[in-house]
Design a protein around this ligand. Structure first.
Ligand SMILES: *[C@@H]1O[C@H](CO)[C@@H](O)[C@H](O)[C@H]1NC(C)=O
Length: 499
């Protein structure tokens, strides 16, 4: 029997180093929330100095929304390059070089006040977004590849945990008594280079992913050496055999391009489901909370808005842990619907509370509680679940393309929320969350009718389920159709039966 699993120092260091990337991702999601007012004042001051008049409030909203949302454009672009970069440079070198982005982006943001330039701030947010797009893909990839099979699930959740911890750290440091003040907000934004420097100095001591070396690069010797370092064992034959098996399986399956994903009827339904689930995560309105909660709390008349934001961060962390246990026990589909339904109800309650605020002062507490509930339900369903679906609906061949499409839709929706929320909120006042409630209801109905349960099923079973639905329905119609007639549907049917 193989010797008992022991975690070596190298392994722990490698996981920790990689997860610093997720922490930094979370930090940059949460960091612009608390100091919004301070930074806006500085934009105003800069404008006044340059043009001799105060900034028009519409221009200020545009500049701020752009500073928030351009992060997602950076993320979107770099997430799209993930597959290419991670194969070309290797996982480890890609993480190392990616840190340059974080360093440049962090420095630009930190120096923007000194240089009196909101352009630097916006550019910095774009570059740090590019860092985050790559980091949010590289970290789970590397950790998943160096983890022994028995620990892969548990370690995979570290990524999610590090993100929410990063958000919380940013919210706490954003307190006005700490770094969220008029003088110190550049330090708050610049602190993002600390995990960068740590990651850069630790990475040289982490081995490249043996799975990558063996399966992609075919470097058996180096892969063995990496495995020995990670496990502390001399004899790694069993692990190598496992990788061989994985490589063999992968070679049996052809790589699928993004275009094929949409054209082939085999993949069309799963990819539409994946995209809609990603949209359900972002359009649920969660980032409206993470980017703008402080200003929402101010509007709601909550007495210490920044502490309420930190409360939301704590709830966010706590329920991420709760959901880790739930995911092992309950079906993905059930959890997703539970999360969407709960968020929808919380959004309605929040809207009512905001509307009644003028006549009933204690409504501000109801509003705060419903925001907490909103965040909690998010972490139960729409937070973690969509990524499980992408991984479970697609086998090795189409998975990289599917991941790229899913990532792209996620970042796009993220951008729409970051950019548009402030405008829509100014326009609709307290009723803005009703829009999210309607969207949440739509996604709930979609999940109920269209999304299959994937937990504990093999790819073949899931694929069979889709074929039954789409082809089964078509078959009935096709029975009395003229088979000679050229028809795209029939062409696809033919293609499918060959597969
Ligand atoms: C900009 O600053 C000026 C002068 O300090 C102030 O009167 C004005 O209200 C500010 N504008 C905005 C949009 O905050």
């Amino acid at each position: 029997p193989p010797p008992a699993l022991s975690l070596t120092g190298t392994f722990v260091l490698s996981v920790f180093t990689a997860v610093l990337g997720s922490l930094e991702f979370g930090y940059n999601i949460g960091v612009i929330n608390a100091p919004q007012k301070m930074i806006e004042q500085d934009y105003n001051a800069t404008w006044l100095q340059r043009y001799g008049e105060p900034i028009p409030s519409g221009t200020l909203t545009s500049l701020w929304s752009l500073s928030v949302a351009i992060f997602s454009i950076g993320g979107m672009l770099s997430a799209f390059c993930l597959g290419f970069v991670s194969e070309w440079l290797g996982r480890r070198k890609a993480m190392l070089i990616n840190n340059l982005f974080a360093f440049i982006g962090g420095s630009l943001m930190a120096l923007s006040k000194l240089c009196r330039s909101f352009e630097m701030m916006i550019l910095g947010r774009f570059i740090i977004g590019a860092y985050c797009g790559l980091a949010s893909g590289l970290t789970p990839m590397y950790v998943g590849e160096i983890a022994p099979t028995s620990l892969r699930g548990a370690l995979g959740t570290l990524h999610q945990l590090a993100i929410v911890t990063g958000i919380l750290i940013a919210q706490i440091l954003g307190l006005e008594v700490l770094l969220g003040s008029q003088e110190l907000w550049p330090v708050l934004l610049g602190l993002t280079v600390v995990p960068t420097v740590l990651q850069m100095s630790f990475l040289p001591f982490c081995p490249e992913s043996p799975r990558f070396l063996y399966i992609v690069r075919c470097q058996e010797h180096q892969a063995k050496r990496g495995l020995r370092r990670l496990t502390g064992r001399q004899e790694v034959g069993d692990m190598l055999a496992e990788m061989k098996e994985e490589k063999r399986k992968m070679e049996m399956e052809r790589k699928v391009s993004i275009l094929e994903l949409f054209r082939s009827p085999l993949y069309r339904q799963p990819i539409i489901i994946s995209i809609l689930l990603q949209l359900s995560q972002q359009l649920s309105g969660i980032n409206a909370i993470f980017y703008y909660s402080t200003s929402i709390f101010i509007k709601a008349g909550v007495q210490s808005p920044v502490y309420a934001t930190i409360g939301a961060g704590v709830i966010n962390c706590a329920f991420t842990v709760v959901s880790l246990f739930l995911i092992e026990r309950m079906g993905r589909r059930t959890l997703h619907m539970l999360g969407l339904g709960g968020m929808c109800i919380c959004a309605v309650i929040m809207t009512m509370a905001l509307a009644l605020l003028d006549s009933v002062p204690w409504m501000s507490y109801i509003c705060m509680l419903s925001i907490f509930g909103f965040v909690a339900f998010f972490e139960v369903g729409p937070g973690p679940i969509p990524w499980f679906f992408v991984a479970e609906l697609f086998s090795q061949g189409p998975r990289p393309a599917a991941m790229a499409v899913a990532g792209f839709s996620n970042w796009t929706a993220n951008f729409i929320i970051g950019m548009g929320f402030q405008y829509v909120a100014d326009l609709c006042g307290p009723y803005v969350f009703l829009i999210f409630a309607v969207l949440l209801l739509f996604f709930l109905i979609f999940t109920f009718f269209r999304v299959p349960e994937t937990r504990g099923k093999t790819f073949d079973q899931i694929a069979a389920n889709f074929n039954e639905r789409s082809v089964g329905g078509m078959m009935d119609m096709d029975m009395d159709m003229d088979l000679d007639k050229p028809s795209t549907e029939l062409d696809y049917l033919g293609e499918e039966s060959i597969n």
